[in-house]
Design a protein around this ligand. Structure first.
Ligand code: UAG
Ligand code: ATP
Length: 512
């Protein structure tokens, strides 16, 4: 019996890793792992890569990590009752199945434990540097409109949704054990189609291996995660693997050079975008009261679409989702109706409100993302009485450091006033990160205020009639990872608290 139900998809993803699926018998273990299993191991009734999650009868997969070697934790796993250790080398006095690649073994075991849920549902993978979450929300809205909300699921950085039930997520693409448990839980609830974000970490670290993808969308590629991939070429090739696996409709962005290359290299990929020759051509983009209107043209057919989203980049995100749905045979009017009513994506150009000025929370954490959001903020600031754009932002620690000065440069060019602050510094010194961001600033207009709450307070205190304050980097996230520990921090909540302190009589804007 499957037990990895959607109930396990909580704000902390870790417990999911411990959820047992179906016990796997010795013969099946040998088949799945492709290697000999020590005599005496009959069956295992759970699988995890984390010794702290081991329960009696589990298989513990010792993954060689970036910081530690999972083999170090074998004694703890055995103490907790692990029946089998899966590792890339022998471990004295442990029942070990030696495999060539522990991550691949983890994925294969996770699929087996959870009964290969992707074989019994359609999983559409969305990849790219920016726009994955937004594209997934748009796709989920269209699928829900066409096939019924209770039959559709969503797995993103921001939330995991199964049927109508929503839970916050922790990572974009969690480990294979969590991904498979979540998919199995969705299937158990009757979900038949899932829009799923697939990060390059998810592909490179084999978290999505074994998933049968029924379609794929590529949004774009720009500099990010080079700490993991080394070069843009390797980053691109990693993303391309999703398209080599996927069986059904495959859509790529014709407005992005890497997207055009993908369409040329992988058979059966169709394109969307405003570029001449795109299979799904974006035309006539213009602002509407509550968002943006555009036409999506396929040959002679023209579909009028309106989305409650701002900016050309979001038109691309919506077009990618619409094109995939149209390829699946969803009628145009269903696509248009669903996109018109799609929900706010948490932390993506989320308007938090302000007395006479706009405050926007956005997840932009690359130079390209920051540029995109600041350009839209400028458009918003031009409407009505023209105002200034004030930007609070920072860069994350332990991540591709080369994007830091690029973010500083973008903010100094596109914002009238910029405040560099702390993002998720992880183990790095926040001041060092901020200085690296500031190194890219062109005219010295940016100030450093390391305390994120103080930086937001400063920006809000300076904002006046018609201004737009953009608080970028953390979007929907509710925790800030700092060298001295994790602290609860949610940009939208902090903004509301500060606005309230300024004007205690102000009507509270209800938190989502
Ligand atoms: C860089 C990266 O992806 N790191 C992941 C990696 O960590 P690591 O290799 O450093 O782990 P480690 O600490 O060396 O430990 C090695 C092994 O020992 C195990 N262990 C560790 C301690 C212990 O007591 N017992 C034990 O068994 C761990 O479970 C692990 O399997 O393996 C860990 C266990 O699965 C992950 O939690 C961790 O993700 C961290 C949290 C992370 O932040 N990842 C980010 C970069 C990420 O994956 N992001 C992508 C992309 C987002 C985007 O598009 O922007 C995502 O999909 O979320
Ligand atoms: N198509 C796009 N092109 C450029 N920038 C974009 C695009 N879509 C979104 N952005 C910017 O990137 C930010 C993140 O958007 P979104 O969450 O949809 O992307 P993502 O790929 O899911 O990011 P992550 O994987 O890091 O969660 C947005 O807040 C916006 O600033």
């Amino acid at each position: 019996m499957l037990r990895g139900s959607f109930e396990g998809v909580s704000a902390r993803c870790a417990p999911l890793a411990t959820l047992p699926g179906m016990a796997v018998e010795r013969e099946e273990l040998r088949r799945v792992l492709g290697v000999e299993v020590p005599a005496g191991v009959g069956r295992v009734c759970g699988v995890t890569h984390d010794s702290r999650e081991v329960e009696p009868g589990f298989a513990f997969v010792a993954v060689p990590g970036f910081k530690r070697d999972g083999v170090e934790f074998v004694p703890e796993a055995l103490r907790r009752g692990a029946a089998l250790v899966v590792a890339e080398r022998e471990v004295p006095e442990a029942p070990v199945a030696v495999v060539p690649d522990a991550r691949a073994a983890l994925a294969a075991l996770a699929c087996a434990f959870h009964g290969h849920p992707s074989r019994r549902m359609e999983v559409y993978g969305v990849t790219g540097t920016n726009g994955k979450t937004t594209t997934c929300y748009a796709l989920h809205a269209v699928l829900a409109g066409a096939f019924g909300e209770e039959r559709c699921g969503l797995m993103t950085t921001a939330e995991v949704v199964a049927g109508g039930e929503r839970r916050p997520a922790v990572r974009t693409t969690p480990e294979a054990t969590e991904v498979q448990a979540a998919l199995a839980g969705m299937r158990e609830r009757g979900v038949e189609r899932v829009a799923m974000e697939v990060s390059s970490h998810g592909i490179a670290l084999r978290r999505v291996e074994g998933i049968r993808f029924a379609g794929a969308v590529f949004t774009n590629l720009s500099r990010d995660h080079l700490d993991l991939h080394g070069t843009m070429e390797e980053y691109y090739r990693t993303k391309r693997r999703l398209f080599l696996w996927a069986r059904g409709p495959k859509l790529s962005n014709a407005d992005d050079a890497w997207g055009r290359r993908l369409a040329g290299e992988v058979e059966g990929v169709r394109t969307f975008g405003s570029a001449v020759g795109a299979d799904y051509r974006i035309e006539g983009v213009r602002p509407s009261g509550a968002g943006t209107r555009f036409v999506l043209r396929r040959g002679e057919e023209a579909l009028r679409i309106e989305v409650p989203l701002f900016g050309d980049y979001n038109v691309q995100n919506a077009a990618g989702a619409a094109a995939l749905a149209l390829e699946l045979g969803v009628p145009g009017e269903t696509v248009a109706r669903a996109l018109r009513g799609m929900p706010q994506v948490p932390g993506r150009f989320e308007r938090v409100g302000g007395p006479g000025f706009e405050v926007i929370v956005d997840y932009a954490h690359t130079d390209v993302g920051l540029e995109a959001v600041l350009r839209v903020a400028r458009e918003v600031a031009r409407r009505g009485r023209p105002g200034r754009v004030i930007c609070v932002f920072g860069a994350a620690g332990e991540r591709d450091g080369a994007k830091r000065p690029l973010m500083g440069r973008v903010a100094s060019r596109l914002a009238d006033r910029g405040i560099i602050t702390t993002d998720d510094a992880y183990s790095e010194d926040p001041e060092k990160i901020a200085r690296e961001v500031a190194a890219g600033v062109e005219d010295g207009r940016l100030e450093i205020v390391l305390d994120r709450r103080e930086a937001i307070r400063r920006a809000l205190s300076e904002a006046g009639e018609g201004d737009v304050v953009v608080v970028a980097g953390k979007g929907h996230e509710r925790v800030q990872h700092l060298p001295w520990g994790d602290v609860p921090f949610h940009d939208a909540t902090v903004i509301r608290e500060i606005l309230e302190e300024r004007d205690p009589c102000r009507e509270r804007t209800r938190e989502r």
